[in-house]
Design a binder for this molecule. Structure first.
Ligand SMILES: *Cc1c(COP(=O)(O)O)cnc(C)c1O
Length: 382
């Protein structure tokens, strides 16, 4: 007899209330301090957060900004990437990765993914760069590697290709802040690392936010200028066209509080992922690990044989009070807004995975009973 899962409380896909209760004693005084000093823009908490985040991930500079998307945009604006430039990026990622080059007038060149880790396929990346150079229509300028679902992209291989091809590397680390690769936290694997503090990310604020990390003094100075309308050394000297891209002081205060529990939360996420692997690995395809890395576990994605079995699994889980989600139902080259920018290259893995992938709940406030129930339900419907 399968266990009776009916009538139990629905499990939240994400539980920001439980997390808030855990940090309440630290959070409230930090927010009150901001309300007392009223420096809502670039207040002291912003500088404190930047210092602590740079130390946390071992990067030389951290520049906080208004969102993960704005972080990507500021990074590309600093390189003056625009019309006629090719920006290589995976087809299977969140919208923003392709949106930013398009907003700046550049052309996204979609690259396929590895079917097991879902990260950018570095052999296909090299093929795409070679083909774009041979064609001669666009100027190859940058690679955006995405650390999809919290695992690192193959940064040593991407770095080698970029060096040989003289391309700028941008790490879209929106889902993977806190992950490690070859024993180091992400933050200095590329020329620039961009992350997001969107509330549902592993390190999320209570609103929009993001940050840029770099080892380069010049780039860090440019990012600071660009996030404040391109200002120079004095407030009303405008050196370049920038944007309004700062992180709010209140969000910095929230993030400082969350930083006090972040490592514990990363460990809790990894423990739950290991339970899922152990219990589900014989019934469904569980996520393959990027070698020598620790994921930030933004998303735990399983792969089913086809769309029908995914539909059945989602319906079965839902009936058992277990939420699930699909990241991503459509690769970006097939999105109505981006299809015109695609050169028609085949991207079979991205297209296939989109039809069969689904995400299970994974957050630090799942109880052991929740995790057991989720596993029971997946096994009952596999
Ligand atoms: C969330 C996300 C972004 C955008 O971050 P925002 O803070 O929501 O702007 C960019 N890239 C990836 C891969 C993301 O998951």
């Amino acid at each position: 007899m399968p266990p009776d899962l009916t009538g139990l409380r629905p499990i939240p896909f994400l539980d920001l209330k439980a997390q808030q209760a855990r940090i309440a004693a630290d959070l409230k005084p930090r927010i009150d301090a901001v309300l007392a000093h009223c420096q809502f823009i670039l207040g002291p908490e912003v500088a404190e957060l930047e210092e602590k985040l740079a130390a946390f991930c071992g990067a030389k500079h951290c520049v906080s900004v208004s969102s993960g998307t704005d972080a990507l945009q500021i990074a590309m604006m600093a390189e003056e990437i625009g019309r006629g430039d090719a920006v290589f990026l995976p087809a299977f990622t969140y919208t923003a990765t392709a949106e930013v080059p398009l907003v700046l007038g550049a052309t996204p060149v979609f690259v396929d993914i590895d079917p097991h880790t879902f990260q950018i396929d570095v052999e296909h990346l090299q093929e795409r760069i070679t083909a774009i150079r041979a064609e001669g229509r666009l100027r190859p300028r940058a690679i955006i590697g995405v650390d999809l679902f919290g695992q690192p992209a193959d940064w040593p291989a991407i770095g080698e290709i970029a060096q040989r091809e003289r391309l700028f590397t941008l790490d879209d680390c929106a889902q993977a802040f806190g992950a490690t690769h070859h024993g180091r936290r992400l933050g200095s694997a590329a020329d620039c690392t961009a992350t997001s503090f969107f509330p549902s990310k592993p390190f999320g604020a209570y609103g929009d936010g993001g940050a840029l990390f770099t080892e380069s003094d010049e780039r860090a100075a440019l990012y600071r200028s660009l996030r404040t309308h391109g200002e120079g050394t004095t407030r009303y000297e405008v050196l370049r066209t920038g944007m309004n891209g700062r992180l709010d002081t209140l969000q910095a205060a929230v993030l400082l509080s969350k930083l006090t529990v972040f490592e514990e939360e990363l460990e809790a996420r990894a423990r739950i992922a290991a339970v899922y692997d152990g219990r589900l690995g014989n019934a469904v395809i569980t996520p393959a690990r990027v070698p020598d890395s620790v994921s930030a576990w933004a998303i735990y994605a399983i792969v089913l044989p086809d769309t029908d079995s995914r539909d059945r699994m989602q319906a079965g889980l839902k009936a058992d009070g277990v939420p699930s989600a699909i990241y991503y139902p459509r690769p970006l080259h097939l999105q109505p807004a981006y299809a015109h920018a695609h050169d028609g290259a085949a991207l079979p893995v991205s297209e296939d995975i989109a039809t069969r992938i689904m995400a299970l709940p994974l957050h630090p406030d799942l109880t052991d009973q929740d995790v057991a129930r989720i596993c029971d339900s997946v096994l009952a419907h596999a």
